[in-house]
Ligand binder design. Sequence first.
Ligand SMILES: Nc1ncnc2c1ncn2[C@@H]1O[C@H](COP(=O)(O)OP(=O)(O)O)[C@@H](O)[C@H]1O
Ligand SMILES: CC(=O)N[C@@H](CCC(=O)OP(=O)(O)O)C(=O)O
Length: 259
Amino acid sequence: MSERKVVKLGGSVWDTLHHDYFTEWKEWVEAGNELILLHGGGPRLSAYCESQQIKPVFQNGRRVTTEDVLTGATRVLAGEMQTEIVTALGRSDMNAVGLSGVDGRMLTGRQIKELGAVGEVETVDVSLIELLVQNHYVPVVTSILFGTNGALNCNGDDCAVAVACALKADHFEMITDVPGIRINGTVQQTLTVDAMQQAIESGAIYGGMIPKTEALRSALDGGVALAIIRDGNDPTATGTQLKEGHDERTTSHIWATSH
Ligand SMILES: Nc1ncnc2c1ncn2[C@@H]1O[C@H](COP(=O)(O)OP(=O)(O)O)[C@@H](O)[C@H]1O
Ligand SMILES: CC(=O)N[C@@H](CCC(=O)OP(=O)(O)O)C(=O)O
């Protein structure tokens, strides 16, 4: 029975991504399974903004997006980043196809007005992705949404989990530049939903890790059996898996020591 894996590839780790990931993905696809890649490109987009004398501004890990930033987002995410990823997959003998949410109106977005030209995913039409995977292509999707008044920038993690849930993925992996979620200096192999929420409130989880942990939670709520953060620099590392339920001991431990 074929399995379906959705992988979110973080822009933070793309430049140093361990090559064994390509081998792992190739073997996964060759074994008859399905692979769908989602990607961001936050650091490259920030570099673009700085080159244009635009100061990057974030709120809870999501970028405030003016029209000029949106131009950069389409150039960097749907252009430079996506072409590099599709090319790298091709060099590892995988037939990848680059897309964003505007293709076939696959991902429509509702604007989050206080962040500017930013959207949250409103609808996911999986038919284009299904068409590609049935024909043994690896879809590579970036987080630009189809909005009523034009394209919208979407956080890569928010976008990835919406796609993972709509596709009823068996696995959802978020590959990033750290070995997992650290609380008080220790990488957590598992984290309960309650402990995660308290770690966000205490500031132990901050910045770009906030949308990532929220995405893990949405994946669990959306019925994805395995939702995990993995280290892009080390494919053998355990990572952090989010667990349902309550763990009073872990929760109070984090609460007590992170203040
Ligand atoms: N508790 C935490 N544990 C690990 N990393 C954290 C934590 N809180 C915040 N971070 C930050 O989150 C970053 C990953 O988010 P981000 O830079 O948005 O990655 P990506 O580009 O892969 O989506 C890490 O590099 C780290 O600086
Ligand atoms: C609205 C919003 O925050 N969009 C993100 C899209 C790119 C992204 O998410 O990149 P990573 O996956 O590398 O973090 C941004 O502009 O940075």
